[in-house]
Design a protein around this ligand. Structure first.
Ligand code: OXD
Ligand code: MN
Length: 596
């Protein structure tokens, strides 16, 4: 497999990185088997094994990968955007000048692949026949990354065809380097369609098709092109008992139940959900004046802990399904050595705690350690083709028309179970002011509320104030605007979650559909339109009236604090913030009777 354009690029990189060999990856079944054999034999830095074969009959084609123990999550403080103009990068990103980037990266890249194989992976993000189709090439010296890219993206001929037609491609350069924490850099060059990631093998830092290309570079590109958006969103198809179909996208911060909602098994008889994607959506304004969505990826890279047949039966079916050309990788889960199957906290009742367990670092585990056996950010990487509820529309190059956009995040208080915003502008303002409790998906303190607009704070490739303006502008250009909803499955009472969550979240989605088709009236509150308690289908749930009222309550004191925090966050952006937001803040305060 070759294309001159890629070859020239690979040659120049080879002279800098000095690999001992170059392997072109075609994503085919036979080659993946070969890559797995290489990975199974590998002794990382001559010290330790990184890949283990699991009992194939339980999770078909499954392997366990153990990463370096210091390299287990995205490192936002080592993630940079390079641009001549820091203003374009904005206060939401770490900025680097082109000169700084060059002097930081060149010494690390020089000879970094000595005695290693350089894998060259041509791939496409987006359906290859769609308006989006972004041909890309990643090079990496990690065989684990090469295999993961085959699962997560469309690798092979389509990319070569598109590159020939296109005359260009997005470039990803990845090396494990020495896995030196101090020299870890994930650097984006949006003006050069390039990402360079060094000294990390963690998925979000190293599978460059995912966050780096499909969110950071793509969001910048979409903003420049002015007709599309790259979002941290799942996509689902909801079918009513009458057979009517509605498509939703939903944005949640990392590790906040997004994959569970993407694969939700409806608790409501007759209501069906099919998935189109669990993490990233590319959205565009179509000729018919509607917003369409497409998942640019080809696999799931989900958080393992907490996944079980109770919380996400469709994901368990996906993991247990055979019948795709791709293996399933478990990264940093624990291992049941007797049965040679992975294990993680929350997997009960599928697989109860085994007699002995090996923890995610390879040591014998005992509950006395007080530490989890699986890393809290341990993951599975699995082909979307294994998903039993994959919507046939996943393969539609046009994408799907969106009726509703959902935003959510973990909040123990303040945010009601669900509300709809008054209009698009109010929706954009509310999404921009979203806060959420932090999780283990990124390094740093867990459980602190941080503002995470559109759940895009770690993933936007340019100034967030410009992004807010762009969203407002998109709304003006849409003839049929999707409704915008907010949800909070995580509200607590006395330390306990009130809402049962998971499959029961369908009840909330049903209300959204009824708002879209005009069946539910809702009640206006200070923060938006909430369901009248009688409109929420809670039949069969053990929820008291008091609990329902608490879930739907809007507390002035809590919102006073919230508004202060929002104002302080927005002040970061100074005059770049859209004027519309000042109007929204004033209106919000007025509705609460707060002096303006
Ligand atoms: C992810 C994340 O891996 O958001 O999807 O961190
Ligand atoms: Mn994500």
């Amino acid at each position: 497999m070759c294309a001159d354009l890629i070859e020239r690029w690979v040659d120049s990189l080879s002279s800098e990185l000095r690999p001992s060999r170059v392997t072109w990856v075609d994503g085919g079944r036979e080659q993946i088997q070969e890559l797995l054999r290489v990975a199974l034999d590998e002794n990382f830095f001559g010290e330790r094994k990184t890949l283990y074969e699991l009992r194939q009959s339980y999770f078909p084609d499954a392997f366990l990968h153990r990463s370096h123990p210091d390299d287990v999550a995205r490192t936002e403080n080592r993630t940079f955007i390079v641009h001549n103009n820091p203003k374009v990068v904005g206060p939401n990103n770490n900025w680097m000048s082109p000169d700084q980037a060059r002097s930081a990266l060149e010494p690390i890249l020089r000879g970094a692949m000595k005695n290693r194989t350089m894998y060259v992976i041509p791939f496409v993000m987006g359906h290859p026949d769609s308006v989006f189709a972004q041909p890309c090439v990643q090079i990496t010296d990690s065989v684990y990354v090469a295999i993961s890219m085959c699962i997560m993206t469309r690798v092979g001929e389509d990319a070569i065809r598109l590159i020939r037609g296109n005359g260009g491609f997005i470039k990803g350069i990845h090396t494990l380097g020495e896995l030196d924490k101090q020299k870890k850099y994930i650097v984006h060059f949006p003006e050069e369609d390039t990402v360079i990631s060094v000294n990390s093998g963690y998925g979000g830092n190293a599978l460059l098709g995912k966050k780096c290309i499909s969110l950071r570079l793509a969001s910048y590109k979409g903003w420049n092109d002015r007709w599309w958006l790259a979002e941290h969103m799942l996509i689902i198809e909801v079918e009513t008992p009458e057979g009517e179909k509605f498509y939703f996208t939903a944005a949640f911060p990392s590790a906040s139940g997004k994959t569970n909602l993407a694969l939700i098994e409806s608790a409501l008889p007759g209501w069906k959900v099919r998935t189109l994607g669990d993490d990233i959506a590319w959205l565009y304004i179509s000729d018919d004046g509607r917003l369409y969505a497409m998942n640019p990826e080809a696999g799931f890279f989900g958080v393992a802990p907490g996944t079980s047949s109770k919380t996400n039966p469709n994901m368990m079916r996906t993991l247990r399904n055979s019948g795709s050309d791709f293996p399933t990788l478990f990264t940093n889960t624990a291992l049941d050595p007797e049965n040679q199957i992975p294990w993680w906290e929350g997997l009960d009742p599928d697989i109860p705690l085994p007699k002995t367990l090996i923890d995610w670092m390879g040591n014998i585990w005992s509950p006395d350690t007080g530490k989890p056996a699986a890393h809290p950010n341990s993951r599975f990487t699995v082909s979307i083709r294994r998903c039993p509820i994959l919507s046939p529309e996943y393969d539609n190059p046009r994408g799907v028309p969106i009726s509703g956009i959902i935003f959510g995040g973990r909040r123990s208080d303040t945010i009601p179970l669900v509300f709809e915003t008054f209009d698009w502008e109010h929706g954009v303002f509310t999404a921009a002011s979203m806060g959420a409790e932090t999780t283990a998906a990124a390094e740093g303190e867990i459980g602190r509320v941080r503002r995470d607009p559109f759940s895009m704070l770690p993933f936007l490739g340019y100034n967030m104030a410009f992004y807010f303006r762009y969203w407002l502008d998109i709304g003006k250009r849409l003839k049929h605007r999707p409704k915008i909803f907010f949800v909070n499955w995580f509200r607590k009472d006395g330390g306990r979650f009130i809402w049962p969550g998971f499959g029961e979240n369908m009840r909330v989605i049903k209300w959204m559909v009824e708002r879209i088709n005009g069946k539910a009236k809702g009640v206006e509150t200070e923060v938006g339109i909430l369901p009248d308690p009688s409109e929420l289908d809670i039949g069969g749930l053990e929820l008291s009236k008091k609990e329902i009222l608490k879930l739907l309550s809007v507390d002035k004191k809590e919102w006073e604090k919230e508004i202060k925090e929002i104002e302080s966050f927005f002040s970061l952006f100074g005059d770049d913030l859209p004027g519309e937001f000042s109007r929204q803040i004033i209106n919000l305060k007025k509705r609460f009777g707060i002096k303006v």
